[in-house]
Unconditional design. Sequence first.
Length: 690
Amino acid sequence: MSQFWKPGTEKPRLVDDEEGGVLFFNSPSGYANIERQRQRLPVFRYRTAILYLVETHATTIVVGETGSGKTTQIPQYLKEAGWADGGRVIACTQPRRLAVQAVAARVAEEMGVKLGEEVGYTIRFEDVTTQGVTMIKFLTDGVLLREMMDDPLLTKYSVIMVDEAHERSIATDILLGLLKKIQRRRPDLRLIISSATIQAKSMSEFFQPRKSRRRPDGEDLGPNTEPAVLSVEGRGFNVQIHYVEEPVSDYLRATVSTLLLIHDQEPMGDILVFLTGQDDIDAAVQLITEEAQNRGKNSSGLMLVPLYSGLPRAEQELVFTPTPRGKRKVVISTNIAETSITLEGVVYVVDSGFSKQRFYNPITDIENLVVAPISKASARQRTGRAGRVRPGKCYRLYTEEYFAKEMSDEGIPEIQRSNLVSCVIQLKALGIDNILGFDWPASPSSEAMVRALEVLYSLGVLDDDAKLTSPTGFQIAEFPLEPMIAKMILSSGELGCSEEIITIAAVLSIQTIWVSGRGSQKELDEAKLNFAAAEGDHVSFLNVYKGFLQSGKSPQWCHKNFVNYQAMKKVIEIRGQLRRTAQRLGVVLKSCERDTVVVRKAITSGFFANACRLDASSHDGKYKTIRGSQEVYIHPSSVLFRVNPKWVLYHSLVSTDKQYMRNVISIDPSWLTEAAPHFYQHQRLNSMVH
Ligand SMILES: Nc1ncnc2c1ncn2[C@@H]1O[C@H](COP(=O)(O)OP(=O)(O)OP(=O)(O)O)[C@@H](O)[C@H]1O
C-alpha cells in the first residue's frame, strides 16, 4: 500500500476459494444456506473425532485457527449428539460479555431458534435463558463461578466448554482449578478447553490426573482422565499480514494514518482498529475527522463506530449492523473485539500493538490500568478478526522483527497481576480455605494474597482464622459486585442511606453515564458542572439520577444534559436487582434525604484502603496514598479536579502520564479509623491528621 508497509514473510495460506473467495458475504437472503456454510468450516471435518473424544475423555483440549468454527459449532455438535437430552445443558464460557451475546445470537440464528429458548446466554445482571428449555448456554466464566455458589458441582451441565482459555482471566483460572476438582466428583462431566492460541501442552499437563482410572485387571472406571488434545487443521480465508518498516513513535497517529491510507487506496470493506481504551478511541475519532478535513478529503464515506465495554448495549450493537451501501465502517475498539466475535463486513484489521492491562503491585497495594504491549497470542487473535467471511489484510503497527523476537508468546495470567480481594472472597465462599494450596494453573504471589487477606479482614469479611464471617462475609459474597462495593451497601443499611448507596453502586457498575463523542469536551464539562457536588463524584451521580427521575426518565432530558439515556436505563435495571438482593439479605432500605456525610461514611466503609492525602508541599494537586505513599492525581474527568480537598478516597486508578484517581470523594480522616481500625492502626494516621 505504501513504502511504509512491508508484507510479512509468513507464507500465504491456501484458500478454500471455490465459490469466488467470498463465503457468505452479502448473500441477499442473509443466511440462505446455513447448513452448507456450517459444513464448510474447518472444524466440520473433525465433528466425529470431537464427539468421540468428548465421549471417551473427561477433558478435551481443542486448538484450531481463529474462525475455524470452535465456538459456534462444537456446542451444536454436542447437542446433536444428545448431550443436552434429559434436561441437561451444554455450557460455553467466554471471558467477555460482548462475545457471549454475539455468539449466542449467532448460534440461535444458525439453529433457527429464538434467542433465550434452546440457545440462551447469561451475563452479570442479565439472564436470557429459559429453565427447562435452554440446551446450549453461553455465559461469562465469572457467571459460571457465581452459579457454583448455589450448585457447587454444576450438576445441570453435561459438558462445559471453556473457550478462549488463552486469555487467562482470573475467572478462567479459578474456573479451571475448580472444574478439575469437580471432575473428581463427577465422572459424567465433560470439559472442553478451546482456543486458537493456547499452549496445549501446559494446559494438558494441568489436567493430568493424579491417579489412573483403570484398575489393574483392566476394568474401565469411567472416561479416560488423561486429557485428549485435538488440533483442528485448516483456516478460513487468507489474511495478508503487513508490518511497519520502522518502529512507530506515536501509535495513535500511526493508526489514524494507516486507516486513512486504507480508505484512500484499498477496495471497499470495513476496517477494525484495535486501540487501548475510551480515551484513545475518542482521540482517534477526532483525529480522523480532522485529518480527513485537512486533506480536503471527504470523510463522509467513513462511518466511525467506537466500541468499548463502557458503551451502552445499543451503541455496541451498531458494530453488528450492516454497513450502508457506499460507506466504509470503521470500528475502533479496545480488546473487547479481540476474541470470538465475527464482524461480517471486516476486511482490514489495524493492530496498534497495545492494550490496557491491569497491573497490581502488592508492595504499594496499587492496582491500575496501564497501556502495555500485547502478546503474540493477542496479535494473532486480532488478525483473526479478518478472514472469517472473505480474505483480508492485517496491518500491524510494529516491525516483524519486534513481533518475532520481542513480543511475549502469551500475556501474564491476570491472577499474577491483579489485586486478589475479589478472587479470595469468591474461593472462600465456595469453601476453598487453603487458597495458596489451591490447584492453580498459575499461582498468584503470596504477597498479593496476604494483602488481600488483610483488606478482607479489615472489611469484616474474614475472621481471625481467615474464614468467612457470618453474616457479613457471606452477605458480601452474595452480591455480584466487588467486595468493597458490597460492603458499602451493607453499611448503608446501618447508616440509613441504602437507597442512595445502591444508586451509586449501580452507576459504578456501568463505567460511565456520560455521552462521549458528541460536542466538544468543553460542552461536556459544562454539562457535568450542572450536577457537580462539592463532596465529589459519587454524590454528583446522585444528582444526575435525581434529575433523570424528575424528568420522567426522559431521553430528551438526557440528550440536553449529555447524559447517556441507555446507560441510565441500565442503572435503573441494575439498581432494581441490587435492591432485591439487599432486601433479601436484610439490609434496611432507607433514604437519608441527601445527608452527604452518611453517604460518604458508607463509601468509606468499603473503600478505606483507597484513601489519599493532598501533599501540602506540592502545588500541582499531588496526593499520596496513605497505604503506600504513592503519588496520585485527581483525574480531569472528576468534579474534584482542581478542587483538591485535603483528604479523598478513590474508586479506581488509571495510569497514563501519571497515576490518576477516577471517581473521587472528599472525606474526613476520622472516618477511616472508624471504618477500619485494624487497617489503619499501623499507618500513624493520627500523626498525619494533627
Ligand atoms: N455473526 C456472524 N456472521 C457471519 N458469519 C459468522 C458469524 N459468526 C460466525 N460466523 C462464521 O463462522 C465462522 C466460525 O466462527 P467461530 O466463532 O465458531 O470460530 P472460532 O473457531 O471459535 O474462532 P475464534 O477462535 O476466533 O473465536 C467464522 O469464521 C465465520 O465464517
